[in-house]
Design a protein around this ligand. Structure first.
Ligand code: UD1
Length: 362
């Protein structure tokens, strides 16, 4: 069995990478980790490797930030050299970021097999760069590892051969379960001066919400209402911070938002666990709040994670002009959530076993 390259580039990728690194090491699979460098700030990258015990990347492509075309192209050029030097038999990519499609495309064109972890998610909104990355990556992958039955249905409806699709569950939940004791020990609420179930948590980074000045102002102004009568903690993604700094008309202090820097995994999950409600446009946070049973309001018109809506923890907030306070009245913390099939902490193990078996026989 040949070498396996695991590719990760941005914050949510690292959370999905950790369980596979652990399992690959246990099974003694010959692998190396390539970090594309898409995220590079300490809090967006290294901190996650430290907290989640991920080995230091073997190779860092150091691409950094730029336009979509430039970032994707730079990753491709650098990753092609890595593949030529290392001759892997499999490249594993995660999620839906630019690093995902860039490395999948390079590998496939060199005749190297590709595995996609978190395949089959669809928002049906190709205005989202992530939706383009998902569709393209799925259609060139040899192994598609899915989180839910909805993802399997999406892939089959697009004509992808069933033999390539493996329903393995949600690998982010592996990390969440493993870290739970560290998450509970975090002192972040004390540091911020907030109390459990007496604050709201906000994150925003989707280009559709933050790159357009008017949209960003409309969303942030929603939180000015006195009906948000407890603090709104807002760990700010660098993309959003730059937009807020650029926009002199936004005064986050007068809105009453508690702006803080991006947090590490344990601190951020501690805030999710203890928040009265979570307001976000992230994908992974919709899943984590569903697992934790915390009410989540997703500031988007659609979601690629419909199970989070059906289970009742997640609500789409598609309209920036309807008062968000209307949604506050619907907050109802779920305590008797049904188990979600295969969101059980063993997804990394299942994926590793399948890879081990498949690479031997194909
Ligand atoms: C990327 C992913 C998105 C994912 C998100 C998680 C794509 C198309 N988007 O979005 O799917 O949900 O990561 O966070 O791949 N920046 C820094 N420091 C960093 C990283 C970024 O300052 O360490 C700033 C730069 O100004 C950069 C901007 O953030 O231009 C956006 O970063 P980028 O990686 O292009 O996209 P994200 O918005 O992070």
């Amino acid at each position: 069995m040949g070498k396996i390259i695991l590719v990760a580039g941005a914050r949510p990728n690292f959370v999905k990478l950790a369980p596979l690194c652990e399992q690959f090491a246990k099974m003694d699979l010959d692998s190396l980790v390539v970090h594309t460098g898409q995220h590079y700030d300490h809090n967006m990258s290294q901190l996650f490797f430290e907290e989640l015990n991920i080995p230091k990347p073997d190779i860092n492509l150091g691409v950094g930030s730029s336009s979509h075309a430039q970032q994707t192209a730079e990753i491709m050029i650098s990753f092609e050299k890595v593949c030529n030097d290392e001759s892997p038999s499999l490249v594993v990519v995660f999620g839906d970021i630019n690093s995902t499609i860039a490395c999948a495309l390079v590998a496939k064109k060199l005749g190297i097999q590709v595995a996609h972890v978190e395949a089959g998610l669809r928002s049906r909104d190709v205005g989202m760069p992530e939706e383009i990355n998902r569709i393209l990556t799925d259609h060139i992958s040899d192994y598609l590892f899915t989180t839910t039955k909805y993802a399997n249905e999406n892939l089959e409806n697009e004509g992808i051969n069933r033999d390539k699709i493996f329903f393995v569950g949600n690998i982010m939940i592996d990390t969440l379960k493993k870290q739970l004791s560290h998450i509970k020990k975090s002192k972040i609420m004390h540091e911020l001066g907030v109390k459990s179930k007496n604050f709201h948590l906000l994150t925003l980074h989707r280009p559709s919400n933050v790159d357009d000045e008017d949209n960003l102002v409309e969303i942030l102004e929603q939180f000015r209402s006195p009906e948000f009568n407890c603090p709104v903690v807002f760990p700010v993604h660098p993309r959003t911070r730059n937009r807020i700094i650029d926009n002199k008309s936004i005064d986050v202090d007068s809105i009453g938002l508690n702006l803080i820097h991006p947090l590490g995994y344990n601190d951020f999950l501690n805030l999710q666990l203890n928040a009265l409600s979570v307001w976000t446009d992230s994908g992974g946070i919709q899943e984590e709040t569903t697992y934790l049973g915390v009410p989540c309001f997703t500031i988007r018109e659609n979601t690629e994670r419909p199970e989070t809506i059906y289970l009742g923890t997640n609500t789409l907030v598609p309209d920036r002009t309807t008062p968000y306070t209307n949604y506050l009245k619907t907050i109802n913390t779920k305590s008797d959530l049904p188990e979600i099939p295969l969101w059980d902490g063993n997804t990394g193990y299942r994926i590793s076993k399948i890879i081990q078996k498949e690479l031997k026989i194909r």
